[in-house]
Design a protein around this ligand. Structure first.
Ligand SMILES: Nc1ncnc2c1ncn2[C@@H]1O[C@H](COP(=O)(O)OP(=O)(O)O)[C@@H](O)[C@H]1O
Ligand SMILES: [Mg+2]
Length: 268
């Protein structure tokens, strides 16, 4: 199943804050299905790119285009932030809240929320206050709040950044299951291992520019740019040179790859 609001296209987009260009110009087309992983060093613009795709950033230049009516497009997306804001509610009411906002009765919302809680592994904690959850449980709660809306496209900004390996695996298993259901996932991470486990395609950023957009297998086996090679090797990025800048400019234009050619074996 391909999400009807896709493809999404960001064209020559730029985001400027306090007089500094923190993203762009970038052009990127995401389509089809599967998992896109956004990689890049700290400060490279991963969060800003996700926010721009989700429509949270005012673009100084360029355009963002989804398919369909604005409200419908908005309702079909969910975003899990890196440090989700917890509500002063228990688990089940936290998950039910977005459904209540959409007009569901309290009873229907709580029933759906309880089912979603069970799915992410919080089924035994429905009455627990969100504030007392562990880091991994909080992230599962945030995920459940996003998934309960049945989004076509799910954005996640480094959802496992502060989690231990066990919680990370749990989250990854939920994401794989969600992907198998047809949800399109766009997620940032700086964990190379996580990209290897989840990605169908990779978008690699440095300095607010897209250096590479490629099927995950190809990128992870043989990235084209020195910056990406250094990132995968865990080295510091090399200083920018004229050659690297040219690669960056070329990378900015490599939008839109055929996801059907990069379908991978890691589906459950
Ligand atoms: N509110 C802000 N004001 C000014 N600069 C910002 C702001 N938010 C982020 N930045 C800068 O924009 C750049 C990209 O940030 P970000 O998208 O958060 O990168 P990443 O997620 O890859 O770490 C960084 O240099 C960061 O310091
Ligand atoms: Mg970030």
């Amino acid at each position: 199943m391909v999400a009807p609001i896709l493809p999404v296209e960001l064209t020559d987009a730029e985001v400027v804050r306090r007089g500094r260009r923190i993203l762009g110009p970038v052009s990127l087309r995401l389509e089809g299905e599967g998992v896109t992983i956004v990689m890049g060093p700290n400060g490279s613009g991963k969060t800003t790119l996700l926010r721009a795709l989700h429509g949270l950033e005012r673009l100084r230049g360029g355009a963002l285009r989804w398919q369909g009516e604005r409200d419908q497009v908005r309702a079909a997306q969910a975003f899990v932030f890196q440090s989700p804001i917890l509500m002063r509610r228990n688990v089940v009411d936290s998950i039910a809240y977005p459904l209540r906002l959409r007009g569901l009765s309290r009873r229907a919302a709580r029933a759906a929320a309880a089912a979603e809680a069970a799915r992410v592994g919080l089924g035994e904690m429905l009455d627990r206050d969100a504030e007392v959850l562990s880091g991994g449980e909080r992230q599962k709660l945030a995920l459940a709040r996003a998934l309960v809306l049945r989004p076509q496209v799910l954005f996640l900004d480094e959802p496992c950044a502060n989690l231990d390996p066990h919680a990370t695996r749990d989250i990854e298993a939920i994401l794989r299951e969600e992907c198998a259901r047809g949800t399109r996932i766009v997620m940032s991470t700086h964990h190379v291992g996580q990209a290897r486990r989840l990605a169908d395609e990779i978008v690699f950023l440095t300095d607010g520019r897209i250096l590479e957009h490629a099927p995950a297998d190809a990128f992870l086996a043989a990235p084209r740019t020195a910056e990406a090679r250094a990132h995968l090797d865990g080295d510091l990025p090399p200083p920018r040179t004229a050659g690297n800048a040219a690669a960056a400019a070329a990378g900015g234009a490599v939008a839109g790859i055929d996801m059907t050619r990069s379908r991978r074996r890691n589906r459950q």
